[in-house]
Design a protein around this ligand. Structure first.
Ligand SMILES: [Zn+2]
Length: 235
């Protein structure tokens, strides 16, 4: 009669030890399934599969394997999602600054496809503002060319640092002091002042602004015009 409790204790200890060992193996296996491909490959190989099969762990470890395999998958998804969403705002907006001080995007009008004299298309945006309002660089870059033309009046051609885009500012009343060709300029720097030089009406001073995609020759007078409106307004 006294033997029974001892057997019972022995059973409990034995089961407990079994569970402990089982748990240890489970814990050890948890590290392995990091690479699911290698785990899946094991049963396919003839030599290791018999040694794996007899183990009682193989059943539960497979289930714990799936749990642990699923567990790392969860943190992986946000990690991948984070860099995917991060560049989205950057690509959504061009990062170009609105080049006339005190003007908000809602005040702009898309006049890119408007007709102009001699059958020309505008290929630009006109930003109406009072004479003498500071004109700001839309991005970092350098002054490629300062040019006084019949139509554009006092103009400036700016190249971006990569030489991909040219920003063209026209009808300036005057340039900012110290502005010169090849000068490095920063986004937001005053490059000149709104005016009506060239063919602009003195009654409607404005900044005529264009964005060109430069060709391989990187010539300030050659490039494909793209619409500045969405670049400046974000839509
Ligand atoms: Zn214009």
């Amino acid at each position: 009669m006294r033997v029974m409790p001892l057997i019972a204790v022995g059973l409990v200890v034995g089961i407990g030890t079994g569970w402990w060992l089982f748990g240890q193996r489970g814990a050890a296996v948890d590290i392995a399934p990091v690479d699911p491909a290698s785990v899946i490959a094991v049963p396919g190989e003839p030599a290791p599969s018999p040694s794996v099969t007899p183990e009682a762990v193989s059943g539960p470890s497979r289930s714990s394997l799936q749990v642990t395999a699923a567990a790392p998958a969860l943190p992986v998804a946000p990690v991948v999602a984070t860099p995917a969403t991060a560049p989205a705002p950057a690509s959504a907006s061009s990062g170009l600054l609105l080049p006339v001080q005190g003007i908000s995007p809602s005040q702009l009008q898309d006049t890119f496809t408007d007709a102009r004299s001699e059958g020309r298309v505008h290929d630009a945006i006109d930003i109406m503002a009072a004479e003498g309002t500071p004109v700001l660089a839309v991005a970092d870059g350098h002054v490629e060319k300062l040019f006084d033309s019949d139509k554009g009046g006092l103009t400036m051609y700016q190249f971006d640092p990569d030489g991909v885009h040219c920003y063209y500012y026209a009808h300036l009343q005057r340039y900012a002091d110290g502005l010169a060709e090849k000068k490095q300029i920063k986004r937001g720097e005053v490059i000149g002042y709104v005016g009506s030089t060239g063919n602009a009406s003195p009654q409607a001073p404005h900044l005529h602004f264009e964005v060109h995609v430069l060709g391989p020759e990187k010539q300030w007078w050659k490039g494909d015009s793209i619409n500045p409106y969405p670049l400046l307004t974000g839509h």
